[in-house]
Design a protein around this ligand. Structure first.
Ligand SMILES: *[C@@H]1O[C@H](CO)[C@@H](O)[C@H](O)[C@H]1NC(C)=O
Ligand SMILES: *[C@@H]1O[C@H](CO)[C@@H](O)[C@H](O)[C@H]1NC(C)=O
Ligand SMILES: *[C@@H]1O[C@H](CO)[C@@H](O)[C@H](O)[C@H]1NC(C)=O
Ligand SMILES: *[C@@H]1O[C@H](CO)[C@@H](O)[C@H](O)[C@H]1NC(C)=O
Length: 378
């Protein structure tokens, strides 16, 4: 059965196959894995921006196997498997980008001691910003959020690189962001005004000097890294107000370890991720995360990060367990019952046992939608 799945997806969608081998029993176990969330607008359109959830990639630029644009080998850790363009095509709408002054330009980089080196530098930021511009041009109703981990000290360094990339015309003005816990403008109005790029910086001074919104004025965020993965807890990161601070309209949830791990990502992005979404919801004053940030977003043993985002969207947009259960134009909480042929729930679509033959309706839905890849997890 899984071979059929592999072939169908290769033929139809050119999905990637990753080879990993179980160390426990020596068997290779394939999984059909979702890589795309449903469009949150597919069921409920026109809500405020903060009533949707967005799949977010941690260190979106740090691609596995990438050579540095300096020509050097990259010795820094990598967090994702595909390019930013490919991520956007798969429904990723939140990007976490580390920006540094380097080589008389702004680069996407990791650092040692706050400095970028040839062997930690990925590429000039403008390349990726142009990929983002291209996507916004081609997709006139989509909205993208960028979280800059900001090490840039050159005057107007960020302003210049965003301007040079042609993204300024999509800029959502910081002055129009609610900083008192009110709703954001609706996604419709953001689209109408072409304010489809939301940018946050980690440096508070940039709001006054360059008009770039200081992230933690507008959102709460839990601890990143391994300390943020303790089951049952969802502490805020140091820069953020407490998770239940409702004067911040947006909630960002991180779920990835200190050291990115492509193999463990299967496990992290599965049940543990869903559990943490529930935990953070409770801690954040019954608020579902608007951004769910992970490493290796394509990897899971089934529904993965896309299913976690569908869950948050279902809850945010219509009070249902997944966006797939929302009925168009009905009252909040009027949900479809689960049924064969409906969208998968995180645990039911593809059993973690690897048995995928018992759910023909759901598989049909998955294949038809083209949302899946084959992953070998163990
Ligand atoms: C770093 O890369 C640049 C090319 O971008 C090169 O000119 C320079 O010599 C390299 N520096 C080192 C220390 O290798
Ligand atoms: C922005 O870029 C355009 C060309 O891309 C240039 O003409 C303009 O001077 C730039 N503006 C600023 C403020 O740098
Ligand atoms: C918010 O969470 C803190 C713990 O972080 C708790 O002490 C406080 O009572 C909570 N406030 C509200 C309004 O729930
Ligand atoms: C839902 O309502 C919108 C306008 O309010 C309408 O355009 C759309 O056709 C309706 N959809 C369904 C499924 O009734």
């Amino acid at each position: 059965m899984w071979m059929q799945c592999v072939l169908r997806n290769l033929l139809r969608h050119g999905c990637s196959i990753l080879m990993f081998f179980s160390t426990q029993d020596g068997n290779v176990r394939p999984r059909c894995t979702r890589v795309q969330p449903l469009s949150p607008f597919s069921k409920v359109k026109g809500l405020p921006f903060n009533r949707y959830s967005w799949l977010t990639t941690h260190n979106s630029f740090a691609k596995l196997g990438e050579k540095s644009a300096t020509g050097s080998v990259v010795l820094a850790p990598t967090n994702q498997q595909d390019s930013v363009s490919s991520q956007l095509d798969n429904g990723v709408r939140g990007l976490m980008l580390d920006m540094y002054d380097f080589e008389n330009d702004i680069w996407l980089c990791h650092s040692f001691g706050g400095k970028c080196f040839n062997y930690t530098a990925f590429q000039p930021a403008i390349n990726v910003l142009k990929e983002i511009r291209f996507f916004l041009e081609k997709n006139p109703t989509e909205i993208i959020t960028i979280f800059i981990e900001d090490y840039v000290t050159s005057p107007k360094g960020l302003t210049n690189v965003f301007n040079a990339s042609g993204l300024t015309k999509y800029w959502f003005p910081a002055a129009q962001m609610p900083s008192d816990g009110r709703d954001w403008p609706t996604v419709d109005s953001m689209v109408r005004q072409n304010h489809r790029l939301v940018v946050f910086t980690s440096k508070s001074s940039k709001q006054a000097t360059e008009g770039i919104a200081y992230e933690w004025k507008y959102l709460v965020e839990n601890q990143y890294g391994t300390d943020g993965m303790k089951s049952g807890l969802c502490p805020n990161r140091a820069e953020s107000a407490a998770m239940n601070t409702t004067s911040r309209s947006l909630v960002l949830m991180n779920y990835f370890p200190d050291t990115p791990d492509v193999t463990q990502a299967c496990k992290h992005n599965s049940d543990a991720l869903i559990n943490m979404v529930n935990t953070c919801h409770d801690v954040a004053g019954k608020r579902w995360p608007n951004f769910i940030a992970v490493d290796f977003y394509k990897r899971s043993n089934g529904g993965g990060a896309p299913a976690a985002v569908d869950m948050a969207n279902g809850q945010l947009a219509c009070g249902c367990s997944t966006i797939a259960a929302c009925r168009p134009n009905t009252t909040f909480g009027a949900c479809k019952l689960p049924e064969a042929g409906a969208a998968p729930t995180p645990t039911s679509a593809i059993k973690s046992s690897g048995s995928i033959s018992g759910h023909p309706g759901q598989l049909g839905w998955l294949f038809g939608s083209g949302l899946i890849a084959i992953t070998l997890c163990f």
